[in-house]
Design a protein around this ligand. Sequence first.
Ligand code: C5P
Length: 218
Amino acid sequence: RPTTVVAIDGPAGAGKSTVAKLLADRLGFEFLDTGAMYRCVTLAMLRVPITPSETNALQQLASDLQIELSGSVVRMNGEDVSDAIRTPEVSQAIGGVADNILVREILSDLQRRWASGKRVVTEGRDQGSVVFQDSRCKVFLVASPEERARRRVADLAQRGIDADLQSVLDQQNARDLADYSRPVGALIKAPDAVEISTDGISMHQVVDKLERLVQARL
Ligand code: C5P
């Protein structure tokens, strides 16, 4: 079967996961959260522990790691790490993992194999620009920093974590800088991607837009 990919990229907090999941449900496609893969490698690294500067050990760790994604369940070497990969510790340490070019190659291969022969809505930073360059339907999802930080605070509150807006905004700025300036796999809008802002519109309205885009492009 041919592989069909809808690639959604954008900064943290723009609403990619929510939108990608809803869109996948509507279309009857599978959902691929590539950030979860980077989070798994980071969690494994923190557990050993090693630092990103130990590049050989980090690359070995990434290539040995068995990562399974199905729906929103994430397994690492058989263990359900769906919650463990979403802690602030993992989010803070992820930059050094995402900067490693070989780790990116390993995870990009895994993403392509995962999608092979399927119909997929994928989300990340480099899905349209690097991993699935051939995709006919690419979206670059953006929102203002304030809106994204407010959403992140609400998100954390739902999970029982109390966070203040300013510190979330500071962390977000740091992560944006890292994401936009990475030498390989930087967050960038592919030339053929459609940019959509999620400011001031509901996620369902965003999904409506995307559904029309998919119908026009696929
Ligand atoms: O999407 P999420 O916030 O879970 O991604 C966590 C981090 O993983 C991002 O900030 C980015 O550094 C990295 N990432 C990446 N490439 C992807 C997906 C995520 O570098 N395709």
